[in-house]
Ligand binder design. Structure first.
Ligand code: NIG
Ligand code: FE
Length: 406
């Protein structure tokens, strides 16, 4: 017997997402060691001594295995809720109306500032647990409800603690330029100075993996966004952007100009920007939960993304205002229904392309040498992941070779 494997899983089909389509392998087998996949293929191709290589042979009893899902855009660290805004929108108020009247993001800022770090963690953990239960093994979490140094730092520290508490990988994004805090009212440029000033200190504490901003009429201008991006570039940090969600301010093109990892939302992105994204390799992160909850009608330019070869990721955008969405398969389903992605595109969007949107190369597919992050689903065909609206389909979730979350 040559190597000892930490685990061997048999008796399931694999959607490897490696190569074309689902990269499907019927009657597949997965082997892993030290958190990394060592065998991915048909059971018939296993080495003859495979079952003797490990004490941990798992009989999956049917179903499908996919790579661990990657939620590449969330704001899941927050306090309180905004259910009253949901009610106001149902009565006819728009998201922008509510924001301009002092609600919206700034009302969550008040709640986050009032919560101490442990309270913020206790409020955020159940959301992360829900995402994990539905198959997410990597989560991106943004700051952006603190809007001063101490509170942005508190949020990012809580994000890291969420990962440690659940045994999953959390990538943090600094979103200091999310909204203008009341103490800077009428002084947006001064606030951007402060955002830029806080960045190196937060980074030095190991709290920042990427930098984001909200470029919008109710957020920050392209010029202010550019200043944030320049500060990120000076520190070698990758950028991404809330771009072209409610109007076309040229955010996606600006992001591509900085070689950004992703432009997110992108409902109003025009053709020239799509071409710039293709040339820069910037991923389009689709957030159908926000589109759904805001009852938007302007779809992102999906056909143009396809035509120009822009990778499309799908994420929950989990946040208290526009997307209180706690399931990535449900986001995938909404992406199919609202944006007409195929179920295969949606699954690729929550695995392969989501990894790219976070600049991660060690996950997103089932392939020997990549992380042993995978999910066993109680489904007969992969399209079911997008077909059911909820339903607790994940039977077990493995992160770096270990079952988590049940
Ligand atoms: O991605 N658009 C800005 N940020 C969030 C919403 C945040 C909020 O309303 O609390 C989004 O939709
Ligand atoms: Fe967002």
């Amino acid at each position: 017997m040559s190597t000892t494997w930490d685990g061997l899983l048999l008796n399931a089909s694999l959607a490897t997402l490696d190569g074309d389509g689902y990269g499907a392998i019927e009657d597949g087998a997965l082997g892993w060691k030290d958190g990394v996949l060592t065998f991915v293929g048909p059971r018939a191709a296993l080495p003859g001594d495979a079952e003797a290589r490990t004490d941990a042979v798992i009989d999956a009893g049917g179903g499908w295995i996919t790579p661990g899902l990657i939620d590449c855009h969330t704001h899941l660290v927050f306090a309180g809720d905004r259910a009253h805004e949901f009610e106001r929108r149902l009565e006819g108020a728009s998201y922008e109306d509510i924001a301009r009247a002092g609600g919206g993001i700034v009302s969550t800022v008040r709640a986050v500032r009032a919560a101490d770090e442990d309270t913020l963690l206790a409020e955020s953990l159940p959301r992360a647990r829900a995402l994990l239960r539905d198959g997410a093994t990597t989560l991106e979490i943004k700051s952006g409800y603190g809007l001063d140094f101490d509170n942005e730092r508190k949020m990012l520290r809580v994000a890291r603690r969420v990962g440690e508490a659940l045994g999953i990988d959390v990538r943090t994004t600094y979103l200091g330029a999310h909204a203008l805090p009341p103490e800077f009212s009428g002084r947006a440029d001064d606030y951007i100075d402060a955002v830029v000033d806080w960045l190196p200190r937060l980074r030095a504490e190991g709290l920042v993996d990427a930098v984001d901003a909200f470029c919008e009429r109710i957020g920050f201008t392209p010029e202010q966004t550019r200043r944030v991006f320049e500060a990120a570039r000076a520190l070698d940090l990758p950028v991404k952007l809330h771009a072209d969600q409610l109007s076309d301010l040229g955010g996606a093109a600006l992001t591509a100009g900085f070689g950004g990892l992703s432009a997110d939302h992108v409902e109003y992105t025009d053709d020239a920007a799509v071409r710039a994204m293709a040339a820069a390799g910037t991923v389009a992160v689709l957030l159908p939960g926000a589109f759904h909850c805001l009852r938007e009608t302007q779809r992102p330019p999906i056909e143009a993304f396809r035509a120009h070869g822009v990778a499309m990721a799908v994420a929950t955008d989990c946040n208290p205002g526009t997307a209180p969405l706690l399931s990535l398969p449900l986001a995938m389903s909404l992406a199919c229904t609202h944006f007409r992605l195929t179920p295969e595109e949606a699954l690729r969007g929550a695995t392969v392309h989501a990894a790219r949107a976070l600049g991660l190369h060690d996950r997103g597919r089932l392939r020997a040498g990549l992380r042993a992050d995978f999910v066993h689903w109680a489904i007969r065909r992969p399209a079911e992941l997008c077909y059911w609206l909820g339903g607790d389909l994940a039977r077990s979730v493995f992160v770096a070779g270990y079952p988590v979350g049940r």
